[in-house]
Design a protein around this ligand. Structure first.
Ligand code: CO
Length: 503
């Protein structure tokens, strides 16, 4: 017993050390996005590579492996300790599958691909990116074989972001998006559109910044354990649960850009601030998966931050700050404007509904690519065809089409589906929260979202990564992920907004 306890302590120390190195990398990355002068980039890349190397060595250390196998066989550990050992062992074994020459080749190809992608995007010419993308996809196919899979090579890639997720499951869920969301989008697009031009008037940057800080406080983001800064691409980073930082960006001619992104990152940060700090470095102190992380950001951004009750409280505050720009605008006008549906080329600026068609397209292409159904040289044509079929858009510019996202240049295949799954989990969680928390809308109308946060803390945040996503969803909502919750939420919301029958 005592022996096992000592060994578990040793395991905790080893994981804490790995977390220290990773946190140092995260600080460097945060600095790079927020403060670092341009010329710092080349040595910063070296510093990051060194730290990543150290973290990799520590986490594939044979001594750690032996300790994990020994603890995995011990009967005296409690359920959380067992979950920590099981998950760390799983990751350890995944990492052990890589040989050094593969890792070096992959990271070299990723660096070259990223440079080629940047140039290709600047010149809006996919041909510049194509040869490197081709090599990268070949390497990722090798990686699938290296990692192994049961049904589909793409499973191995999904598993890196969403442990246990299968291609077949994503295909089933996304075929519903295909069959239901496309006709719904078409009906809405053909309906009368609300006036939204007031959102794009001139909004002073400093006043927007102050408003976003007050929103974050209202949502119970803890400024004693975090801060907000400005960056080109908004993101959240955590060094530990007591230091969780977010960034936002401000567009003087689009007031909701900052509001939406601040609330989104706040949702990510509330999750990270809600993880048990005493479990620093352990799976039980870490976020569960990317889809669950995204469920938190999207729940706050969309289910809360684009809802009428939320704006019943906040619109008068906003209107007080921007009285000129919002002179003849009512809360209902504002609510309709921020939920306007319009098919567009760029995923990151898409509305809450058509967003998922962008993801559907990327998923279908990735799946078909790794299945060998299409090749890299077919990608552009397939991309453009799907944008025409699903969104009714004729892509004429590669930069606004296949080159828009950075993910593929980083070799991140299997990442995109987690965004849409996040929205689906969010809908299911929010539905359950509404049935369990008394008068959630009424509280929101008074600017009180604390009961919702408390519910998320207890149901989701404090458990860290001691469940699988399936088990978490089952324990929180009583069923596994079910896309009906998302479809019902979408249909009810937009049928009301557009006075349409969408069933
Ligand atoms: Co996010």
């Amino acid at each position: 017993m005592a022996d096992i306890n000592n060994k578990y302590e040793l395991f905790k120390q080893k994981l804490s050390k790995i977390a220290d190195v990773n946190a140092a990398t995260a600080v460097l990355n945060w600095d790079q996005e927020v403060f670092m002068p341009g010329k710092g980039a080349s040595l910063r890349a070296q510093q990051n590579a060194t730290l990543n190397g150290i973290a990799h060595e520590l986490s594939t250390d044979t001594e750690l492996g032996e300790l994990l196998y020994e603890l995995n066989d011990a009967n005296s550990l409690d359920s959380i300790q067992k979950a920590n050992i099981k998950e760390t062992l799983r990751i350890y074994n995944e990492r052990k599958k890589y040989n050094t020459s593969f890792v070096v080749e992959l990271s070299k190809t990723v660096s070259e691909s990223f440079i080629a992608w940047q140039e290709a995007k600047r010149k809006s010419d996919f041909e510049i990116f194509l040869p490197l993308l081709s090599s990268l996809v070949d390497l990722k196919k090798k990686e699938c074989e290296l990692l192994g899979y049961d049904d589909h090579p793409y499973d191995a890639l999904l598993n890196q972001f969403e442990p246990g997720l299968k291609t077949n499951k994503v295909s089933t869920v996304f075929s519903r998006l295909h069959d239901q969301l496309i006709p719904v989008t078409k009906k809405i697009t053909e309906a009368k559109q609300p006036v939204a031009d007031f959102l794009f008037a001139q909004y002073d940057k400093n006043k927007q910044w102050d408003f976003s800080l007050s929103l974050l406080k209202q949502l119970n983001y803890d400024f004693e354990r975090g801060r907000q800064d400005i960056s080109t691409h908004p993101f959240t980073t955590s060094f530990n649960a007591n230091d969780v930082r977010i960034t936002t960006r401000i567009n003087e001619n689009d007031v909701f850009e900052m509001i939406g992104s601040s609330i989104h990152e706040c949702g990510h940060a509330l999750y990270e601030q809600g993880l048990p700090v005493s479990d620093y470095g352990l799976p039980s102190g870490e976020f569960l998966s990317l889809a669950i992380h995204e469920s938190q950001s999207r729940l706050w951004e969309n289910n809360v931050g684009r809802s009428l009750p939320f704006w019943k409280y906040n619109f008068p505050i906003l209107k007080n700050i921007f009285s000129e720009q919002l002179k003849n605008v009512s809360v209902n006008d504002f609510y309709a404007a921020i939920n306007c549906v319009k098919p567009s080329f760029i995923r990151t600026s898409a509305d809450e509904l058509t967003y998922h068609l962008h993801i559907l397209i990327r998923f279908e292409l990735e799946r078909d690519l790794f299945e060998g159904k299409i090749s890299v040289s077919d990608l552009k044509q397939e991309w453009n065809k799907k944008y025409k079929d699903y969104l009714g858009l004729q892509v004429t510019d590669d930069a606004l089409g296949i080159l828009q996202d950075v993910h593929w240049s980083h070799g991140m295949f299997g990442y995109f589906p987690t965004y849409s799954l996040g929205s689906m989990y969010a809908a299911q969680f929010f539905f359950t929260a509404k049935s369990e928390i008394k008068n959630i809308d009424g509280e929101m109308e008074r600017g009180n979202t604390a009961p919702l946060l408390e519910w998320l803390r207890i149901k989701i945040h404090k458990h860290g990564k001691t469940f699988s996503a399936d088990d978490l969803c089952l324990s929180v909502t009583g069923s596994e992920l079910n896309i009906d919750y998302f479809m019902n939420y979408i249909i009810e919301k937009y049928a009301n907004l557009y006075s349409l029958n969408l069933k």
